[in-house]
Design a protein around this ligand. Structure first.
Ligand SMILES: Nc1ncnc2c1ncn2[C@@H]1O[C@H](COP(=O)(O)OP(=O)(O)OP(=O)(O)O)[C@@H](O)[C@H]1O
Length: 562
């Protein structure tokens, strides 16, 4: 199981709350709270997985609240799923997310952000679910930034004007706050990200995001891929009208599109830019377009484009996750998902992008045509479900480290986590370490291991060792030295290894990226290790997630490929 605290105004990534481990939260880079009224150690949170709740203890001077209940310094209360925690002075809302959800291991994040699925246009003019009412407002505030203070005052004035009119407080839209619309069409480039902002785009707390191909447009030719730059048409006649309606309701309209062809040299950036501008022109509403031109953090389903929007391309207006939405056709729908729709979706990356970001998700047919929710499948490996409290290895009564000399031979997929585990568990206990990637050949590994055993030391071999032949060299080494040889079988699956490999590429550890060919070759060569090969014991080593910091965890917990 996994528990995290989700920022209700999307200020930062969810914070993991391990079972029974106190986590202290307050002002600082982790929460991006700069308000001096919030202590750096404002609250202590203690997750209780058994009861799916979190004990909240106020450590700061100013009040933390759970729903309407204001705490005092040193006081505690229990935060349940569905309730809101306000970090200080009725500001900075958070909700809890436990995964997997009860009775539904595959329940999506959408359920946590919107208890009832809610299609815009269904009898309520597309308004988002009602927001929680904040407890008493802050008395006086000091922010590091005068601009942020001014903006917040404007936002609060706009909200109270709405309240005075008797309506529910509306979320800030730049126009209502007096922010000027974007003055002219512009393109910006940030590494593998292109951003187009149409004249008239205004920042807003409510964002309606859309994929481009297969969602807003399709090909005129009927082919899967466009045959020329002008081979496109609007997918459904309802699209422009629906976007106009969203604009009138105060949504900022944003397109997020993957265009890997640009970095692969198959699509010239100028050609794509001209097409994007023509599509926006045809839609007739101001749109901001984010284009991921290569692999990396900007490519959906990773949320780099979304974060860029929230942090750098929405003026100073904070995006409200619960009131925003995302529409895309890569939704993981199986074959025959609706009459006349025989083909399964080519991927699930749009749905996963929304899941990663914590956004409400709709397919184009659900959103533009009002169709019922279609069935879908998520990928077999779900990085959100890894349990940091899970067992490290089986059988649990085995010793991880031997008090007498031995040889440990690893077996597992590339990127299964072998090096990380052996270096953190065995090397600190004095084991010599042999790895073919660094030494250059298996012969050198054998030599290193033999020398260590001769000196009366233990040793560990960190190679994939998929078959008996690759393992036999080391077993014989141990037999020659008269010490036992154990096998550590890393249980991470192919899908997880692929995810780890992408994570390793993104975190720039200096390791050479492993291709799918290499991963699949391990799978085809793999023969389950057996005691009959000469092993004294076989330990099954599980992947128990451990992260250097919350940012690494936030990245790892995202679905990384559709
Ligand atoms: N317990 C863990 N928690 C979180 N991340 C991990 C853990 N173990 C490994 N990783 C990450 O997974 C990626 C792959 O891990 P590692 O390099 O240890 O795998 P490996 O099996 O040694 O790979 P290779 O055989 O290709 O050398 C790395 O980015 C690493 O940081």
């Amino acid at each position: 199981m996994q528990c995290s605290l989700v920022s209700g105004d999307g200020r930062h990534e969810p914070v993991a709350l391990p079972d029974g481990v106190p986590v202290v939260l307050g002002r600082g880079p982790r929460t991006r709270v700069v308000d001096k009224k919030c202590s750096r150690t404002q609250v202590e949170l203690l997750a209780d997985y058994k009861h799916r709740a979190v004990r909240v203890t106020q450590r700061g001077v100013n009040p933390t609240s759970v729903e309407e209940l204001q705490l005092q310094p040193g006081n505690s209360s229990t935060l349940q799923e569905g309730q809101t925690l306000w970090l200080v002075n009725g500001r900075y809302p958070y909700t809890l997310r436990f995964l997997p959800a009860p009775h539904s291991p595959r329940r999506s994040l959408l359920d946590f952000f919107s208890p009832k699925r809610h299609l815009p246009g269904e009898g309520d003019e597309g308004r988002p679910p009602k927001r929680q009412k904040a407890p008493s407002p802050p008395k006086e505030e000091e922010e590091d930034s005068a601009v942020a203070t001014k903006l917040r005052q404007l936002q609060e004035t706009a909200a109270s004007a709405e309240r005075a009119k008797g309506g529910a407080p509306r979320l800030p839209h730049g126009a209502a706050l007096g922010l000027p619309p974007h003055p002219r069409d512009s393109w910006e480039e940030h590494g593998k990200l292109l951003v187009f902002t149409k004249e008239g785009v205004v920042p807003s707390a409510k964002v309606a995001g859309f994929d481009l191909d297969g969602t807003i447009i399709t090909t005129k030719s009927g082919k899967v891929f466009p045959t020329s730059p002008d081979d496109w048409r609007i997918l459904y006649p309802e699209v422009p009208q629906k976007l106009k309606q969203l604009q009138n309701e105060g949504y900022k309209i944003v397109v997020f599109t993957n265009q890997l062809g640009i970095s692969r040299g198959r699509l010239r950036p100028e050609v794509f830019k001209a097409k994007a501008e023509a599509v926006v022109e045809r839609l007739g509403v101001p749109v901001q377009v984010f284009v991921a031109t290569g692999t990396g953090i900007y490519r959906k389903p990773l949320v780099g484009m979304w974060e860029y929007l929230c942090e750098k391309a929405n003026g100073a207006v904070s995006v409200a996750l619960q009131s925003s939405l995302y529409v895309g056709d890569a939704a993981g729908r199986p074959p025959n998902w609706a009459p006349g729709h025989k083909k399964k979706d080519f991927s699930c990356s749009d749905r996963l992008f929304a899941l990663n970001a914590g956004l409400l998700f709709y397919t184009p047919e659900e959103f533009f045509l009002g169709w019922a929710t279609a069935p879908y499948q998520l990928p077999p490996f779900d990085p959100r479900e890894l349990d940091p409290q899970g067992p490290l290895y089986d059988p649990p009564d085995a010793a991880l480290v031997s008090p007498t000399p031995e040889l440990v031979v690893a077996v597992g997929f590339p990127a299964a986590g072998k090096s990380t585990f052996l270096k953190s568990q065995l090397v600190p206990a004095g084991y010599a370490y042999a790895n073919r990637d660094t030494l250059g050949s298996w012969q050198k590994c054998v030599a290193l291991v033999a020398a260590a055993l001769r000196q009366g030391k233990s040793a560990a071999v960190d190679n994939t060792n998929p078959d008996p032949e690759s393992r036999r060299r080391y077993i014989e080494c141990a037999q020659d030295a008269g010490v036992p040889c154990r096998c550590f079988l890393f249980t991470a699956t192919l899908e997880q290894a692929k995810h780890n490999n992408r994570f390793r590429d993104l975190t720039a550890s200096g390791h050479v990226s492993v291709t799918d060919v290499v991963l699949n070759s391990y799978k085809s060569k793999f023969v389950e290790p057996s005691l009959s090969e000469g092993f004294a014991e076989i330990l099954r080593v599980h992947f128990v997630p451990r992260f250097a910091d919350a940012r690494q965890e936030a990245l790892y917990r995202q679905f990384s490929e559709g």
